[in-house]
Design a protein around this ligand. Structure first.
Ligand code: SF4
Length: 369
C-alpha cells in the first residue's frame, strides 16, 4: 500500500509538471517507467502532447524500404538480418541495380521517401555508398533519401579515412536527405557490451547526429527496448537524446523499437516479444520525457496496426508509413504485413478518432482525409 501511495502521489506530481508544461527529470521518468498504470501514463502523455501544441493530426509517409546489403562485420546479438559474405542468403546489390529496381517500384507505388539501412559491409568502398545515393537521386530527383544509420556512417569513416563530417558532406552533395535513427540500441555501456559488443561506442552515434544536424541534415532517433535493459537505462537513453536535441534540434522524430528475439541467440534462451502494455508504456514515457522532439512514431511494422492505432492515445502522432518491403524486423520474426496500403492506414487512424495526414519526410503536408 505504501508503494501504491508513493506511485499515485508521484504521478500526480508529474501531472502538475505536465499541466504547467515543465520539464520532467530522471526521477519522474523512473516513476513513469515503474508504473503499471498504463492508462494513466497514456492519459498523461496525450495531455503532454496537447499542452505542447499537438493536435488531432496523425502523420504517415508513403515510403519504400531498401536494404542494399545484409553483409555485416559486426554480429550484434539481437540481429537476425546480418550475414557474412560467404553465408547462404548474403547479398550486395550494385548501385545501378538498386536504382533501377527502385525506379520500377516507384512507378507502381509512387512513394516519396526511400528508407535504407544496411549491414556494415567490409567488402565495399566508400564510393559504393556515394554512387548509390547519386544513382538513386538521378533516377528519382523528387524522392527524399533517408539512408544509413550512424553506425553505417561511422563504418564509412573507417573505409575511407575521412571524418564523420567529410563523409556526411559527400553524401549530402550526392543527394542524401536525412538519416534514420538506427544503431542507437540502448546507450548504456553495460547494455552495449551485452548485446552489441562489436559496435562502436555510443559517443559516435551522437557525434554523427550532432554533425549531421550542424550540416543541415535532419535525422531521426530510436531506442531498441525489451531485452536486457533496466528502466533506469531506458530513462537515461531518452534523456541523452533530449540533451542532444537541446544542443542541435535536428531530430524530426523518435521511434521506439521493440526487440524481436526470433532467429537470434535470445530466442534460444526462451525470450519472447514485448506484450503490448510495455510498448504502450514506452510510447507514453517517451512522449512525456522528450518534450523537444516534435513527433513520436508508433512503428506498426513492429507492433501491428491495431496496437499502433491505440498508441495514438498514448502520445504517438505518427504511424510511420506504407513501408514496402521491410526485411530487418521480418528476419527477426515480425509477422505484420510489409505493405500497408494507404487506405488501411487512413481507416485505422480515423477509427482512433484522429485526422490522417500524408506527409513528406520533413513533415510537410501532402494530403489529408
Ligand atoms: S544490427 Fe546492424 S550492425 Fe548489428 S549485426 Fe545487424 S546489420 Fe550488423
Amino acid at each position: 500500500m505504501a508503494v501504491l501511495d508513493r506511485g499515485i502521489s508521484t504521478l500526480e506530481t508529474v501531472r502538475e509538471k505536465v499541466e504547467a508544461n515543465e520539464r520532467l527529470d530522471f526521477e519522474d521518468g523512473l516513476v513513469l517507467m515503474e508504473s503499471d498504470d498504463v492508462l494513466a501514463l497514456g492519459e498523461l502523455a496525450d495531455l503532454a502532447r496537447r499542452v505542447r501544441g499537438g493536435t488531432d493530426e496523425v502523420y504517415f509517409v508513403q515510403n519504400r524500404y531498401l536494404n542494399q546489403t545484409n553483409v555485416c562485420r559486426v554480429k550484434c546479438k539481437f540481429c537476425a538480418f546480418a550475414r557474412t559474405a560467404k553465408q547462404e542468403g548474403a547479398y550486395t546489390i550494385t548501385p545501378e541495380e538498386l536504382a533501377e529496381d527502385a525506379l520500377r517500384q516507384r512507378e507502381l507505388t509512387g512513394f516519396t521517401e526511400i528508407h535504407m539501412v544496411n549491414g556494415e559491409n567490409p567488402h565495399v568502398l566508400f564510393d559504393f555508398y556515394v554512387d548509390t545515393i547519386r544513382a538513386l537521386k538521378q533516377a528519382m530527383p523528387d524522392v527524399h533519401l533517408k539512408c544509413f544509420t550512424a553506425s553505417e556512417i561511422h563504418h564509412m569513416t573507417k573505409l575511407s579515412g575521412l571524418t564523420h563530417e567529410e563523409v556526411l558532406v559527400e553524401l549530402k552533395e550526392a543527394g542524401l536527405g536525412s538519416l534514420p535513427g538506427g544503431g542507437a540500441e540502448i546507450f548504456a555501456d553495460r547494455v552495449r557490451r551485452l548485446v552489441a559488443p562489436g559496435k562502436e561506442h555510443p559517443d559516435f552515434w551522437f557525434l554523427t547526429h550532432d554533425t549531421a544536424h550542424r550540416l543541415g541534415i535532419p535525422t531521426h532517433c530510436t531506442m531498441l527496448y525489451g531485452h536486457v535493459e533496466t528502466y533506469e537505462e531506458r530513462v537515461d537513453h531518452l534523456l541523452r537524446l533530449r540533451d542532444q536535441q537541446d544542443r542541435t534540434g535536428g531530430f524530426l522524430a523518435f521511434i521506439p523499437l521493440a526487440f524481436h528475439p526470433e532467429n537470434t541467440v535470445f530466442e534460444r534462451r526462451g525470450w519472447t516479444f514485448t506484450a503490448g502494455a510495455d510498448d504502450l508504456k514506452v510510447i507514453a514515457v517517451s512522449r512525456l520525457l522528450l518534450d523537444n522532439v516534435p513527433n513520436v512514431k508508433a512503428y506498426w511494422i513492429m507492433m501491428g496496426m491495431p496496437l499502433a492505432a491505440v498508441a495514438l492515445h498514448f502520445g504517438a502522432n505518427d504511424v510511420q508509413g506504407t513501408v514496402v518491403r521491410e526485411e530487418i524486423f521480418r528476419a527477426a520474426g515480425a509477422t505484420t504485413g510489409t505493405e500497408q496500403k494507404i487506405g488501411e492506414l487512413v481507416r485505422y487512424v480515423r477509427e482512433a478518432g484522429r485526422i490522417p495526414v500524408q506527409r513528406d519526410t520533413l513533415y510537410d503536408e501532402i494530403r489529408r482525409w
